[in-house]
Design a protein around this ligand. Structure first.
Ligand code: CTP
Length: 402
């Protein structure tokens, strides 16, 4: 299962570091190639010689090799690795990771990591439950780090409670289930539209909307995280993509988004229409800046833009189409009407009446409606978590194409 996988094992300074030798051995036995990166304190708990012998690779700890002066490249490690696992992660290392305090090789490696990162915390129960630790854990979760929750039991302090690093076997299970999940959509081609469109009026003005693109970008990360080949057609937004496998195509107007999306959708297994596309565009775009006239009012004549979702719905085949509906009233009724009119398989409804939903927000509260009328409603969650719910919901349709 782990054959050929490149794993960076980060070890920080806690008693549980002795278990990391066992974890390392299990990973190597499963066929993984493991590079150990240890903090200076970690070396107080387990020797680099043991770890080097078990991994078959020199352990990395300092920025420079003491004898040769050779620079240890954390950037190269980030490119080499398929996964980084920090076990044990002490409260201090978790705090540094959450806040970008790059004072050792483990943290610089984390900050350069392009791959998924997992953290197995280990500390005393009071340290674990301290608001500061919990705040840092939430930050890491928001940053996309997978937390392998500590177990409850006897702790090094003699106290009993939650804080004990999860057993190496359970960490290996979490690693395997991550890799299994990351391959669920391997070979699937997914196109996602995101963000607003800008419709030019003249060289300095446009008609736009408040869409931030966050939902579409979160979906792109989620699909890519499961191994899909993702093309993200993005309107003008100030967001970056994290997963280097996402192919991003930037567009400005609705017509441009339509053309780029339709061509990207050729041969796609799934298209998710998360963009807030302008329904109308100025009939003519002035080549020069429109000057203020003496009149008290002025009129702009608009013409209809193409409907990307409907165009794709007309030539649907067995491609899975997922649309969005942002409504203010008669929400379910309007969303179902849109789903039918545009020939979609799924529609994700969010209501502008919900304070946690909508434009510019980090959270969303959605109801996912299928073409058979089935509905699943979810509580308010981060857009990344909502993206995971959406992918889970549409997964059966994607799997049934096989
Ligand atoms: N959509 C699209 N192209 C358009 C307009 C909308 O692909 N020109 C997609 C959106 O990305 C969304 C779905 O269609 O997935 C519904 O968008 P919405 O703006 O709510 O639908 P409209 O048909 O424009 O309806 P309304 O009258 O409510 O604006």
């Amino acid at each position: 299962m782990l054959k050929g996988k490149h794993i960076v094992l980060g070890i920080s300074g806690g008693i549980a570091a002795y278990k990391s030798a066992h974890l390392l051995r299990l990973l190597v036995k499963q066929g993984a190639e493991v590079q150990v990166v240890i903090t200076p304190n970690g070396k107080e708990f387990i020797t680099p010689a043991t770890l080097a012998a078990l991994s078959g690779k020199p352990v990395v700890s300092e920025f420079f090799a003491a004898n040769t002066g050779e620079w240890h490249s954390h950037v190269d490690l980030g490119l080499w690795a398929d996964l980084m696992v920090v076990a044990p992660a002490t409260a201090s290392t978790i705090g540094k990771m959450a806040n970008g305090i790059a004072d050792n090789m483990l943290i610089t490696t984390y900050l350069s990591a392009k791959e998924q990162v997992m953290v197995a915390p280990a500390m005393d129960l009071d340290m674990w439950s301290h608001p500061s630790t919990q705040r840092n854990i939430s930050t890491l979760r928001r940053d996309g780090v997978i937390i392998i929750e500590p177990a409850s039991g006897e702790l090094a302090s003699g106290l009993c409670g939650k804080g004990r690093m999860e057993e190496p076997e359970a960490i290996v299970d979490a690693i395997k289930s991550y890799f299994r999940k990351s391959e669920t959509l391997a070979g699937k081609k997914v196109v996602i539209t995101a963000g607003p469109t800008y419709e030019n009026i003249d060289p300095v003005r446009f008609i736009g909307n408040y869409s931030s693109g966050k939902m579409g970008f979160a979906l792109a990360e989620e699909f890519a995280g499961r191994g899909a080949d993702v093309t993200l057609v993005a309107g003008p937004v100030s967001l970056e993509t994290e997963n280097t496998h996402i192919k991003r195509l930037n567009v400005v107007s609705a017509q441009e988004m339509h053309d780029v999306c339709l061509s990207a959708a050729e041969g796609a297994d799934c298209v998710v229409l998360a963009a807030a596309v302008a329904d109308y565009t100025p009939e003519t775009v002035s080549e020069t800046k429109i000057k203020r006239e003496q009149e008290d009012s002025m009129a702009l004549r608009l013409k209809r833009n193409p409907d990307i979702a409907a165009s794709l719905g007309r030539e649907k085949g067995d491609r899975v189409l997922v649309g969005f509906a942002l409504e203010t009233d008669h929400e379910t009724e309007n969303a179902l009407h849109k789903l039918r009119k545009k020939n979609l398989d799924w529609i994700v409804l969010n209501s502008l009446r919900d304070p946690e939903a909508g434009f510019m927000k980090d959270t969303n509260k959605v109801t996912i409606i299928g073409k058979d009328g089935s509905t699943s409603s979810f509580p308010a969650k981060s857009k990344r978590e909502v993206a995971a719910d959406i992918v889970e919901a549409v997964l059966p349709s994607l799997k049934s194409q096989e």
